[in-house]
Design a protein around this ligand. Structure first.
Ligand SMILES: [Fe+2]
Length: 268
């Protein structure tokens, strides 16, 4: 497979958009020039997630669409049930791939793409002591049944699981790849997490930063200075592009509720 143009989109929230605006996105996906697409989560709440993913994959056909899920994709359901439905859809949709089931994707001879949903792991700012609640805690079944301490434990656990998955898969390709693109839903760096254009403060950042992933990527980039790392994410809806290190770039997609759009087409 030789992919040199990777279309990126995130936080489409198609369930909050009009049919007209969703159709425009699908038309744009059909008519744009790219070799593959990646979607970094928050496509729609669970009730309509599968139909929106199917429509997006069809619009990308015959190009592959690689997806990770975001916290909103699980709303109204559980983590397991939602991921199981996505797996079944991928099974019968040849060009749709759930990145965490798919493993590492070689986009071309030098570049790999890998991804996992990631999670805000409550390690930044005031951590579990924050007074700011997250709707995840009552909109996702797994959180709703827990007490307050259990909910923050689960956030940390989900963040750790994603980071471990990415560590394991990064290690398998680090020697061979020159460029590594890591797709998750939640920004891995505190400086990349802005909301409405302003940096997230200590009360919000527990819910907006996947801190353990940031640590992993900084370590990997420092130990492999000749390689280029790009972290793609969404979640905060405020567009950010920053260099964390000379060889580590963090990009967060901008989003406007109700207006799903292509973020950009990345040369890879
Ligand atoms: Fe999100």
């Amino acid at each position: 497979m030789k992919i040199h143009n990777l279309l990126w989109m995130s936080d489409l929230h198609c369930d909050q958009a009009t049919t007209k605006n969703c159709s425009k996105l699908l038309r744009d996906l059909k008519n744009s020039e790219y070799d593959a697409a990646v979607l970094t989560g928050d496509t729609a709440a669970s009730a309509t997630l599968i139909s929106h993913l199917k429509a997006l994959a069809d619009a990308c056909t015959p190009r592959p669409l690689y997806v990770v899920l975001g916290n909103h994709d699980f709303y109204g359901s559980s983590l397991y049930t939602t991921q199981d439905q996505v797996r079944r859809l991928c099974h019968k949709t040849p060009n749709l791939h759930h990145l965490q089931d798919h493993g590492v994707v070689w986009l071309n001879r030098r570049t790999v793409l890998l991804g996992h949903h990631g999670w805000a792991d409550a390690r930044c700012g005031w951590g579990s002591k924050t007074r700011v609640p997250s709707p995840d805690h009552w909109c996702i079944d797994d959180f709703r049944k827990l007490d307050q301490a259990g909910r923050f434990d689960l956030m940390a656990q989900l963040g750790n699981t994603s980071t471990s998955w990415i560590r394991k898969n990064l290690n398998t390709v680090l020697r061979k790849a020159d460029t590594l693109i890591v797709a998750t839903h939640v920004p891995a760096f505190q400086t990349s997490a802005h909301y409405n254009g302003t940096p997230c403060g200590p009360c919000h950042s527990p819910h907006y930063v996947h801190s353990s992933l940031g640590g992993l990527l900084i370590g990997a980039a420092r130990n492999n200075l000749e390689k280029r790392f790009t972290a793609l994410s969404g979640h905060t809806h405020s567009e950010i592009r920053e260099n964390i290190l000379a060889n580590l770039e963090s990009r967060v997609a901008g989003a406007q509720r109700g207006k799903p759009r292509i973020q950009c087409i990345l040369p890879v």
